[in-house]
Design a protein around this ligand. Structure first.
Ligand code: GLU
Length: 287
């Protein structure tokens, strides 16, 4: 279904939940979408558990259990990001060696204050919140101290690559100019304070390690995919194809959230809903 150069048997997709809550119908859609897009290739599961404070073994067990209940299966062993910190550290070192990172000690309050300065114009919301105004840009990296974040110097990254735009293949080719990246996404965090990595860095390193050829994820993460494409180019990693699918919403049009336990797969199952009924609720899968 991905079409193009990827032939069906070679497609590898993944579903990559974080064990920070119970899976809900939105996750079921994402998992079924990835499994369907892979068929007859490989559908992998990856546990994104870098945020040790918010993740729990109990939610990880619930992920396996709920996905099996839905009728999904995947090759073993399952990749867990908490086992991969060395790989993320190596990628971060490489980027630092290339001169495209800097340490940042700004708090959210500092960023808000810098953005309210008259010369900054209206603050812009990027994929990770307010687009960073660059206050710490240019500071030298002196190793990970744990109390600072490491950011990508996006402008230096474009200079190094010598490109004026990024491209990715969704259901059709998409492009983003350097200027749009810098103003709308900016210097994102590659290693969060005390964590040594971030969602963006680890997902890029792991998609390459798992030889994922088609990344499927919700439209809410479409902007983040540009960060991943830039990191893949810097780290010489192959660029997968992308499919950003629709989001499952409640009756009021709001996106489902993990804290909304009443709509969890667990609650549906306990209320007697069958896996076939869940699949029915999510039709059509593939958009
Ligand atoms: N782990 C992310 C989440 O739970 C999604 C990962 C991805 O598709 O890149 O939302």
């Amino acid at each position: 279904m991905a079409g193009g150069a990827v032939t069906d048997a070679t497609i590898r997709t993944r579903f990559a939940p974080s064990p920070t809550g119970l899976l809900h119908l939105g996750h079921a859609y994402a998992a079924l979408f990835a499994a369907q897009a892979a068929s007859p290739g490989a559908f992998l599961l990856r546990i994104e558990d870098i945020d040790r404070e918010r993740c729990s073994a109990e939610f990880e067990r619930a992920i396996y259990d709920d996905l099996h209940w839905l009728g999904l299966d995947w090759p073993q062993p399952v990749m867990r990001q908490s086992d991969r910190l060395d790989a993320y550290a190596a990628a971060l070192d490489r980027l630092t060696g290339m001169g495209v990172t800097y340490p940042c000690s700004c708090t959210r309050g500092d960023i808000r204050a810098a953005l309210s300065a008259p010369q900054e114009g209206a603050p812009i919301l990027g994929p990770d919140g307010l687009v960073y105004p660059g206050s710490c840009r240019g500071r030298p990296v002196r190793g990970l101290t744990g109390d600072e974040a490491i950011r990508l110097d996006a402008s230096a990254a474009f200079d190094l690559l010598g490109v004026e735009r990024l491209s990715l293949h969704d259901s059709r080719p998409q492009h983003l100019s350097r200027a749009a990246f810098l103003s709308g996404i900016g210097d994102v965090v590659l290693a969060r304070r005390g964590m040594g990595t971030s969602y963006h860095l680890s997902v890029v390193v792991d998609d390459a390690a798992q030889e994922i050829t088609l990344v499927t994820r919700g439209q809410d993460l479409a902007e983040a995919s540009w960060i991943h494409v830039l990191l893949q180019a810097l780290l010489d990693l192959p660029q997968p194809r992308y499919r950003h699918h629709r989001l499952i919403r409640d009756e009021d049009g709001k996106r489902l959230a993990k804290r909304d336990n009443a709509r969890s797969l667990r609650a549906l199952r306990e209320a007697g809903v069958t896996p076939a009924e869940v699949r029915q609720m999510l039709q059509p899968i593939g958009t």
